[in-house]
Design a protein around this ligand. Structure first.
Ligand SMILES: Cc1ncc(COP(=O)(O)O)c(C=O)c1O
Length: 376
């Protein structure tokens, strides 16, 4: 079946082409970090923190952030159960135990569950701002301060959003962005770690380059501790910089697309999940929940839509159900997880490309209505 509505397509203007061409032609030697430095400055401006270090991926950024906090064997790290696997896999790579907590109506971690799972082994919390939304940050920051548990903010899906007056990506002890090809602002692959702590930022810079810190050792090719090669390239930074300079326009389009979805699905059996009142969202991706009375699971809907040429995606699965993480169990009872279960069983990710048109959105809604009428 020919794809009529792709899941995601990026927005590439002359600015991206010019910056990348410049980086390819002349971004070497003494200009080898020209775009990396400019990207870093742009992100610092966005989140109003002191340091933002570009890295190879959001995933590696999360691993670096947790490593910089000395997470390791014997430690527990709190993380939401419904999120992309990359929020949790760095915890396991570092030898620590992920403690899976349920989500609430924000689609993010249920802040009121945190106190009950914190114990002396809790080393950090990975708090995810999922799909343009954000959890109850006021509560989370109070708990983090009171119990002295640092927070790694996984802001990969919500760059540009705000929680009250605070930019998403400014709320953790360390915060992580992603520039993978599906993200609001992208460079194919890429990420960044932001923080106000110069100590943590220096550690991130050292760890992402094999533990080399020439200032500390006074020697150039000298590794002070075991690290990684998790650096971003100047060419990727050129792309990410152009996208960041266009972020307002990109968000405008996303917000417009969301309005199209809200209009087209009004009165249907698909609930477009609202963002919390406190969140001014980037509208990166619109999530719908199929009315459970239809008895249509998300996978069945995905197949149906794909047959109609719509590259629909299912909402995330519970990490604690996956073979990769099942041995760690979950910290809550499934019977208490109404919102999580609705998202997990009936949640769908509506197409969110930058080529999306209002006619395509109307077509997606028409396919949905036909599915509801005729059944699977
Ligand atoms: C919630 C979440 N966390 C982490 C990541 C990891 O980012 P990346 O794909 O850049 O490694 C992503 C992106 O896919 C994500 O959506």
């Amino acid at each position: 079946m020919e794809i009529r509505v792709p899941s995601m397509t990026p927005s590439i203007s002359d600015l991206e082409v010019d910056y990348v061409a410049d980086a390819v032609k002349s971004g070497w030697g003494d200009k080898r970090s020209k775009y990396l430095d400019a990207l870093s400055a742009e992100l610092v401006g966005l989140v109003n923190l002191d340091f933002c270090t570009p890295v190879s991926h959001g995933t590696s950024g999360l691993q670096l952030a947790l490593h910089a906090l000395d997470v390791g064997p014997g430690d527990e790290v709190i993380v939401p159960d419904l999120t992309w696997v990359a929020s949790a896999s760095p915890i396991v790579h570092l030898g620590a135990k992920p403690v899976f907590v349920d989500v609430d109506e924000t689609m993010c971690i249920n802040a009121s569950h945190l106190r009950s799972v914190i114990n002396p082994k809790t080393k950090a919390m990975v708090i995810v701002d999922l799909v343009g939304s954000a959890p109850k940050w006021d509560e989370i920051r109070d708990i983090s301060d009171e119990m002295q548990i640092p927070v790694v903010e996984d802001a990969t899906e919500s760059i540009g959003s705000h929680y009250k007056t605070k930019a998403i990506g400014s709320l953790g002890t360390l915060s992580v962005f992603s520039f993978n090809a599906t993200k609001l602002t992208m460079s194919g692959q890429g990420g960044a770690v932001c923080t106000n702590s110069s100590t943590l930022n220096n550690r991130i810079k050292s760890l992402m380059h094999h533990g080399i810190d020439a200032e500390l050792s006074g020697k150039y090719y000298w590794s002070n501790e075991l690290g990684y090669n998790y650096q971003m390239s100047n060419m990727q930074a050129a792309m990410a910089l152009a996208q960041m300079q266009r972020i307002d326009k990109l968000m405008e389009f996303k917000r417009q697309s969301r309005e199209w979805y809200l209009d087209s699905f009004a009165g249907t059996a698909l609930e477009i999940v609202p963002y919390p009142r406190e969140v001014d969202s980037n509208a990166w991706m619109t999530i719908g929940i199929i009315d459970s009375s239809l008895g249509i699971q998300k996978e069945e809907a995905v197949k149906y839509f794909q047959m109609a040429g719509v590259d629909l995606r299912p909402f995330f699965y519970r990490l604690s159900d996956m073979p990769t993480f099942a041995t760690y169990g979950r910290s809550y009872d499934l019977r208490d997880s109404q919102i999580g279960s609705a998202l997990e069983r009936f949640g769908i990710c509506l197409p969110y490309g930058y080529d999306l048109t209002i006619d395509q959105v109307k077509y997606v809604a028409q396919v949905f209505k036909t599915m509801c009428k005729e059944g699977i």
